[in-house]
Design a protein around this ligand. Structure first.
Ligand SMILES: NC(=O)c1ccc[n+]([C@@H]2O[C@H](COP(=O)([O-])OP(=O)(O)OC[C@H]3O[C@@H](n4cnc5c(N)ncnc54)[C@H](OP(=O)(O)O)[C@@H]3O)[C@@H](O)[C@H]2O)c1
Length: 297
């Protein structure tokens, strides 16, 4: 038991929304030596005050990583947000995996995406390549394939409630949306676990939810009638770009809807329950706590 409490557990990307939550959960659980690695240590001074050891780590700067990962037994590698140029994020992740293995990290937990082998989502090659780098690294691992965050539905559904129309290129397909909070709990659980296997798990909500169902839920929660309007991928991209989204972001959104149409954003799994001991929060339950944001009240 004391060995478990002395283990050094490291979280990369600790100033991001997910990373911060995971570090916080680890500190609440008194999970051992908690190391929070980030490009911006100033942003997590509060976590340092609560007992996290803060180290600087930038995947673009391999020299920073050897010092950051020294003495670490288990590490959560949070995927970065460098999706501006194809290949950039994969290179960052490969840097981090290579240094982790060389520095003696024994087990790595990684935040991947659903079905990266077959997914049409434009950044799927980043996640597939990272999973392959991890498998080849010699470290044991837990790949946690996070489904789409339910949290991101709020802005889309707020607009749908305002206009009465919910556009998407997902046909009759959907995603097994999961909350960022459930993802953080799974990431923390996999990191503190004593598991030293090589596992790939699907972090999903309880069911696949279609856009027609999202329209119904929005109608129910806001009292404003909303209908789903199925459009083609090209039409949806044009709408999003005209609304002011950068083309790469529009491409990500549309390709994720194509993935839903093809069925690769599901199925739902029971892995959140297995990892955390509780069932995942459903989309409707999550959105019911977001009523003021959905109605703009
Ligand atoms: N499943 C989904 O629906 C979904 C949605 C959005 C994003 N994601 C993925 O999940 C990750 C976490 O989500 P989030 O909501 O926490 O995103 P976020 O708040 O935008 O955080 C971005 C993360 O990327 C890290 N990062 C960026 N550049 C880095 C670099 N050069 N070296 C090391 N880390 C770097 C940041 O770490 P520091 O700033 O602390 O260094 C931070 O943890 C995202 O980065 C993205 O890959 C998933």
């Amino acid at each position: 038991m004391s060995d478990v409490l002395n283990r050094a557990l490291l979280v990369t990307g600790a100033s991001g929304q997910l990373g911060r939550r995971v570090v916080s959960l680890l500190l609440e659980r008194q999970a051992g030596r908690v190391i929070a690695a980030t490009r911006t240590p100033d942003k997590i001074a509060d976590l340092a005050e609560r007992g996290a050891e803060v180290r600087r780590a930038d995947f673009e700067d391999p020299a920073s990583l050897a010092a950051a990962f020294a003495g670490v037994e288990r590490m959560l590698m949070i995927s970065t947000d460098a999706i501006d140029k194809p290949g950039r994020r994969l290179k960052q992740h490969q840097n981090a995996v290579e240094v982790a293995a060389r520095t003696g990290v024994k087990h790595i937990v990684y935040t991947s995406m659903p079905n990266p082998e077959v997914s049409p989502v434009i950044f799927a090659p980043d996640h597939l390549g990272t999973e392959q780098a991890i498998a080849a690294s010699g470290m044991t691992y837990t790949i946690l394939r996070h489904n789409w965050y339910a949290d991101f539905l709020v802005a889309t559904l707020k607009q749908a409630a305002a206009t009465g129309e919910l556009f998407a290129a997902a046909r009759e397909g959907g995603a097994a949306y999961v909350t960022r909070g459930d993802c953080a709990q799974c990431d923390a659980a996999a990191l503190v676990s004593t598991d030293t296997g090589k596992r790939t798990l699907n972090v999903t909500g309880p069911t696949v939810v279609t856009f027609a169902e999202l329209a119904q839920i929005t109608t129910k929660l806001t009292g404003k009638p909303v209908r789903y309007v199925a459009v083609t991928p090209g039409e949806r991209k044009d709408q999003l770009v005209k609304a002011g989204l950068p083309p790469v972001v529009a491409e990500i959104m549309v390709s994720s809807q194509v993935a839903m149409a093809q069925g690769t954003m599901g199925p739902a799994s029971t892995d959140v329950q297995t990892l955390t001991g509780h069932p995942p929060i459903s989309v409707e339950h999550f959105l019911s706590g977001q009523r003021p944001a959905l109605t703009g009240a």
